[in-house]
Design a protein around this ligand. Structure first.
Ligand SMILES: NC(=O)c1ccc[n+]([C@@H]2O[C@H](COP(=O)([O-])OP(=O)(O)OC[C@H]3O[C@@H](n4cnc5c(N)ncnc54)[C@H](OP(=O)(O)O)[C@@H]3O)[C@@H](O)[C@H]2O)c1
Length: 327
């Protein structure tokens, strides 16, 4: 029987274990996917540890909001997909029931997309969450345009790297923020037009320097916490701040008085909308085809080492690149 990663209680990586479960026949409107690889996301750690805001049913909770594989069976009333098609799983929102940490998963057909041509299995496993989040926040929410100065926090992370590539694809100017000056060269190599290292300089002052005094048109805040005040000061009046991550667990002061459009962004608001998903898929396909978009993969683990893969992410050993597990 196919193997599935489950957890029966909340806790550290060790609560995950592998069980055999029968495959689920796809119902009307569903497809079954033979998973080839999945990526490990911060959301998975939150779900496993009990910190996720979404309700999770124990025991035998499943994990995994993205991955890639081959369609293995197609349910009634599914059109445009057939067995043998390579696909990408698009952030399965009911992850605790049918996550991608498994040899097979059965999901609504609307939750898969054709795998972008030219993308290897590991990169395909790691593309959706980071790139759909960055695209949704910057393009759909903030309406990023060519020439916009875009300040990207946690730029060395999965979403930050995707945001940098997407800004370049559009013709905007990505300014990367990191806490460590030692990451400057890596971030320039990853496509940043400029790097601001907060261990060395004041963000608002540095942004003014890089934007001819104007300030950032768009700020992508993946960190939040007290540092958001510095980002607000770095944006131009009338600019846009999109808060899409929460890496700093400290409270975020209310951004009162800021002359900006401020949005809180959760990618599910777009990934459940087929019209936006169609635009996202077209944008990602074009970017992959042109070589502008390419997920940075750190370490590739095997399914037997899934506990190690979570430890790797928890310890921050991934250097912001994606961790992938092959199945
Ligand atoms: N809105 C959504 O729908 C959505 C979707 C996906 C992810 N997210 C969220 O977006 C955030 C980023 O995700 P990711 O996958 O890109 O994470 P990641 O790859 O783990 O990014 C880590 C990077 O963030 C920086 N960082 C870590 N802790 C920090 C802190 N306390 N203060 C400032 N910077 C910190 C570090 O960069 P430096 O060491 O260079 O500073 C690190 O390289 C997470 O909060 C994640 O949950 C949201």
């Amino acid at each position: 029987m196919p193997r599935v990663v489950v957890f029966d209680r909340f806790g550290g990586p060790d609560v995950m274990h592998i069980v055999d479960e029968p495959v689920v026949e796809p119902a009307a409107g569903e497809v079954r996917v033979r998973i080839e690889a999945f990526a490990v996301n911060p959301l998975d750690l939150m779900m496993r540890s009990g910190a996720s805001p979404a309700p999770i049913t124990l025991p035998r909770a499943r994990l995994g909001v993205e991955g890639t594989g081959i369609i293995d069976a197609v349910g009634p009333e599914v059109t445009g997909l057939e067995a043998g098609d390579p696909v990408v799983l698009t952030a399965v929102p009911d992850a605790s029931v049918r996550g991608s940490y498994a040899e097979y998963t059965t999901v609504p057909a609307s939750r898969v997309l054709a795998r972008p041509a030219g993308l290897g299995v590991a990169a395909a496993a790691a593309i959706w969450v980071a790139y759909s989040t960055a695209y949704g926040a910057l393009v759909e929410k903030a309406r990023m345009r060519p020439g916009d100065y875009v300040l990207i926090t946690a730029a060395s992370g999965g979403v930050g790297r995707a945001a940098t590539q997407i800004a370049n694809q559009i013709g905007a100017v990505p300014i990367a923020v990191t806490r460590h000056a030692a990451k400057r060269d890596d971030l320039i190599a990853a496509g940043a037009a400029a790097v601001i290292a907060t261990d060395q300089v004041d963000i608002a002052e540095a942004v003014r320097h890089h934007t001819g005094g104007a300030g950032a048109d768009i700020v992508l805040d993946l960190v939040m916490g007290p540092g958001q005040q510095d980002l607000l000061a770095a944006a131009r009046p009338g600019g846009t701040l999109v808060a899409a991550g929460f890496l700093d667990p400290r409270p975020t002061p209310f951004p009162g008085g800021a002359a900006l459009a401020i949005y809180s962004y959760r990618s599910f608001e777009h990934t459940l909308d087929p019209v936006v998903v169609k635009r996202m898929a077209a944008f990602l396909n074009a970017g992959v085809r042109l070589g502008a978009l390419s997920p940075a993969v750190d370490t590739v683990f095997t399914l037997d080492d899934v506990v190690e893969a979570h430890r790797h992410l928890e310890k921050g050993l991934h250097a912001g690149k994606k961790i992938v597990v092959t199945v």
